[in-house]
Structures are given as C-alpha cells and as structure tokens.
Design a binder for this molecule. Sequence first.
Ligand code: AMP
Length: 218
Amino acid sequence: MRIIMLGAPGAGKGTQSTFFAERLNIPHISSGAIFRKHIQDQDEIGKEVKDIIERGELVPDRIVIEMIMERILQRDCQRGYILDGFPRTYQQATALKHALLEFGEEIDHAVYLHVPDENIKKRMPNRLVCPKCDTPYNIMSNPPLVPGVCDRCGAILQERSDDTEETVQKRLETFHSETEPIKDYYRRKGLIIEVDGTKDPDEVYKDIVKALVHHGNH
Ligand code: AMP
C-alpha cells in the first residue's frame, strides 16, 4: 500500500499518517521530518535547507527528490509506505511516478485533506511537535496524554520554528500556488480521495478509512 497525504500545512497530514502507519505497519515518511533531523544534526543538507524552511519556502526539487527516492528504496518500504509532505510540486509528482515505474510499482491512493486557510491559521498557534520522533500534537484538538510530553517517546514537546504567523502565511501561499494543483494530477489518474479535514482527528481517520474501502471497491 503506497499512500500520499496531501493538504495544506497544518491540515493534519502528519497526524493521519501516524495513524495509518501504525494500523498498516508501514513506514511514515515525512519529508519535513527528515529535513528537521538534518537541521538538528547541522549536516550539509541541514545547512542548505534551514533558511529556506524558516522562510516558509519550498526546498529545491532536486534535493527533496533525491532524498525521498533514497528513502523509499530502503528495505522497510517493500510493503509500502505513507508519504507525508511529498510530493509538493508537479515535478516531484512526476519524478515519483517515473521512479516507481522502473520497479513496476504505482501509488495506490492520494488522500487530500481539505482545511480552509482560516482554520489553519487558528490551529497553528496550538501546534506542538516532538523534536525526537516528530509526532505532531495540537493542544486543543489532539493533546498529548501528559501536557508538554510526547506520548510515544517521552521527549519534551516544542513549537516548530516555521509555525510563526508570518511563515504560516507564506507556507499557505506556497501551498496554493505549487502544491494544490497536483491534486488535479492525481484526480486525473483516479487516485484522489478527498476528505473534510476540519473534524476531530479520529473522525477524519474514520472518513479516510471509509473512503479507502469505497475507492478500493471500484
Ligand atoms: P512539513 O513538515 O511537511 O510542513 O515541511 C516543513 C518544510 O520542509 C516545508 O515548509 C518546506 O520548506 C520543506 N519541505 C518539506 N517537504 C518538502 C517538499 N516535498 N518539497 C519542498 N520542500 C519541502
């Protein structure tokens, strides 16, 4: 099962990907999380992308594409994976398609989480992330069991440095101009599943499962 999660920043891609990865026992691959790890490690890629990410812009395609291609070739991806935050441009989508074709593989579903910009802007100030395992939380709609502590690994939760009001605005603009159009690309292929992402995370999850079952029967 190869699933792509599409949606605006803060739409819930990370949360839903976490649910699916656990349920299907396949890796959750978040391009943003991989970049955050490189930044923490202060390595070559980290240095190259830090300012770009903090400005709310997209990292150049060549860097992201190479990084994700390398990741999906690893052994643990043989049974499938959830791609969260990749592809974000048409060029990334076609690069993924061609890379998969070489192995006779395809994407099975592209899940699109609809959340209006106004809701996103309200959500962002409540967002926290685990600096160790990148699990996302929202103190209102998806709080950790112990305030400020990651349920999965016990690390102290943090705000993301690119979740400032100004950067969120820029990320939304980038989303609408670069990423939203690839929804049509997947729609034309009959792969898109559109879900209302404004509900509680558990409800959204159920809606996606229902839509996947329905989609799978066609
Ligand atoms: P995310 O955690 O998915 O919100 O990603 C955080 C940031 O990493 C984004 O705002 C981009 O700057 C960068 N990024 C993540 N994935 C991609 C991608 N597929 N293409 C370009 N930039 C990306």
